[in-house]
Ligand binder design. Sequence first.
Ligand code: BTN
Length: 327
Amino acid sequence: MKAKILELLKNTDHYISGQKLCEHLGVSRTAVWKIINQLKEEGYIIDSINNKGYKIISCPDILSESEIKSSLSLINTDKLNKIIYLDETDSTNTRAKLEAEQGAPDWTLVIAGRQTGGKGRRGRGFTSPAGVGIFMTLILKPEFLPTKASMLTLISGMAVCQGIREKTNLKAMIKWPNDIVVNGKKICGILTEMSSEMEAINYIITGIGINVNNEQFPSDIADKATSIKLETQKTFRRSDIIASVIKHFRNYYDTFLKTVDLSLLKEEYNSLMINTGKKVFVVQGNKSYEAVAKSIDNDGELIIEKDGQISRVISGEVSVRGVYGYV
Ligand code: BTN
């Protein structure tokens, strides 16, 4: 009910009477009054005027189940079957796996305010401090073949890129296959994991970590990590960015499902990819070599040119970095 009241207040630019809220929700005036007070305590500035009602003046950047649900109510969420919000967890990917195994439906979104053991690719960690970042994992249970799953990282990358662009105007770009960068520094990492049989997927989880209002980073990553706040000098509401990323993901995923490949998306992907036309180091196990990144193909593989020869590299097997640094 709190989410519903928040949703009604957020979606109206005039005062809503207590009576109207009661009728709409089928609860008593005291119940509405109590929730309004809780919202005020959480940091929402709500004006209340006798005989006029309530009007929301400003919303802080907080994450809670009601905040997330009220922000998601502004987009098309027909596909989203379940939202799990936790103030703290070890890793939303680990929690999502558990939920998926215990029967969570397709399109379950797990979000945490903080991770104590955020996971990155190749066994690395992901810095996940409280109150400033987005840590979320989407559980999908699709019908397509396991070989197609890695493309979800690329779709998530496009969704994050457009979500950040839409909400902040920053020129976010994708560093193939799983980082989003702004001004040459990493602002988001994506970790997709899967449980499958030979021919069928049990579930895919795609975990997204976005640095939103971080003001600093641990010294070992400070030179290559950034946040939306560091790039704009402004604080952003994480729930708005989550909603925008989910909106874009839904659209891209629908397009992907038409062909179960990236043929309809690759042109846009290539225009968002920072590596396009750049010299990169392709790192494969303990081997690395220099090549020029050309574009992605229909399966999300990176087409590279090395000594005049064209070849393809697969996202799960290699990573690329710029010849002169991170990008
Ligand atoms: C990387 O940069 O190597 C990938 C980082 C992925 C981080 C996200 S945060 C939400 C989800 N939960 C995790 O433990 N990891 C992913």
